[in-house]
Design a protein around this ligand. Structure first.
Ligand code: F6P
Length: 408
């Protein structure tokens, strides 16, 4: 069961679409979002099975539907991935994503039947593209860096990949009402220009739809920073709503200079606490205060130092040390609570096409960082997010690349 949902979840998302339609991009994004929300999620990518078991030197003719050996090998890989997926769902999983072309109705019916027999809900997500520019960009940006084409001349690789697409296209049957026969599906045309939804049922599938509606493929950097030092930071006290110290004000000035030097001015979000608003004040661009970005609520510990908590309420201190993710401060929040309230922030940050800057707080930034850098929340609970430092996340084909700028 997902941590923030009262519904039990056992869902298989089956990707559908020709090569170079962004299926893997979507699959990974969904997996990242769901894992971050606390659902045990895993992607099963057939291309990875093929490369791991059969090597990575397959050219277009391997994917020719007339090639009997190729067909057999490909169905074996599809079968191996599906078998592992079903086993994993039986033992441990809440959401599995089957990342393959699944381009024929027959194939989809088989996959669906196997999942349903195992008591699993199935949602198909098809990515269809009519815009040649999107396909071209996808081939150039992701396929040329694929291990399938390592060391090959880029133009030759593109030509081979186009042939591979043509082989799939010759047997492709897009999702349609008829083949769904009661199945749920979401069809995305040209990365969300048109979205078709068919018999979508349930809390999690609806959440996924909402997420997908906001997804785009425009690449832009994201800048994360804590506020400048506050007067409570100076004393080592947590929480509160203190103003900036003189040091913190210096950081606000330095940040304004940093932002002025950026090639494109970002959209800036702050929390509603003084220290982030004051940090954004010298910026030449306007900023948007957002309550969901406020620091973790330390409840009865607000305004205390860690040493005071350890001394005065040692049980609470130790409980937090034992399980920092789930520990909820009395009358306050846990990290899990923070993640749950950040969900709309993630949706908004995904929706925005401009560069973004978030000026917030340690716990909140750890949670956002986990999402963007695809880290398990458990692994970032003690991560350093130093004051007076901008964490720049620059977009790559599937992941962000991090650089830290210490400004003062
Ligand atoms: O100390 C600064 C601060 O932002 C506190 O306001 C907050 O309670 C804390 O960091 C969060 O970090 P941790 O979860 O490690 O206590």
């Amino acid at each position: 069961m997902g941590p923030n949902s009262p519904h039990s979840t056992r869902l298989v998302i089956v990707m559908v679409g020709l090569p170079a339609r962004g299926k893997t991009y979507i699959a990974r994004k969904l997996a990242r979002f769901l894992s971050w929300l606390g659902y045990r999620t895993r992607v099963f990518n057939i291309g990875d099975y093929r490369r791991a078991r059969l090597g990575n030197k397959h050219r277009a003719d391997f994917f020719d539907p007339e090639n009997a050996d190729g067909n057999r090998a490909r169905s074996e890989m599809a079968e191996a991935a599906l078998g592992d997926l079903l086993t994993w769902m039986e033992v441990d999983g809440e959401v599995a994503i089957y990342d393959a072309t699944n381009t024929t109705q027959r194939r989809r019916a088989t996959v669906r039947e196997r999942c349903v027999q195992n008591g699993l809900q199935v949602v198909f997500i098809e990515s269809a593209c009519q815009d040649p520019a999107i396909i071209e960009a996808n081939i150039r940006e992701t396929k040329l860096t694929s291990p399938d084409y390592e060391g090959m001349d880029p133009d030759e690789a593109v030509a081979d990949f186009r042939k591979r697409i043509a082989h799939y296209a010759s047997v492709y049957e897009p999702l349609a009402d008829a083949d769904a026969e009661g199945a749920s599906y979401i069809k995305l045309i040209d990365v969300g220009r048109v979205v078709e939804v068919h018999r979508l049922d349930g809390y999690l599938p609806a959440k996924l739809l909402f997420y997908l509606l906001n997804l785009h493929v425009v690449r832009r950097p994201i800048y994360l920073t804590r506020h400048g030092e506050s007067t409570l930071n100076e004393e080592g006290r947590i929480g509160g709503d203190a103003p900036l110290s003189p040091n913190g004000q210096k950081y606000a000035q330095a940040l304004a200079q940093f932002v002025a030097g950026l090639p494109i001015q970002p959209e800036v979000f702050t929390s509603t606490l003084q220290r982030t608003i004051q940090t954004a004040a010298p910026l030449a661009v306007p900023s948007n205060p957002w309550r969901a970005l406020d620091e973790i609520d330390a409840g009865i510990c607000d305004g205390m130092t860690y040493a005071e908590i350890a001394e005065q309420i040692p049980n609470e201190y130790e409980a937090r040390q034992r399980d920092k993710l789930r520990y909820r401060y009395p009358r306050g929040e846990s990290y899990q609570d923070v993640i749950a309230r950040l969900e709309p922030v993630i949706i908004e940050l995904e929706r925005q096409r401009r560069p973004l800057m978030v000026i917030a707080h340690q716990a909140v930034l750890r949670a956002l960082y986990a999402y963007f850098m695809d880290k398990a929340p458990e692994d970032i609970l003690r991560m350093e997010i130093p004051l007076h430092t901008v964490i720049q996340l620059a977009p790559g084909p599937y992941a962000f690349v991090e650089t830290r700028h210490r400004l003062v």
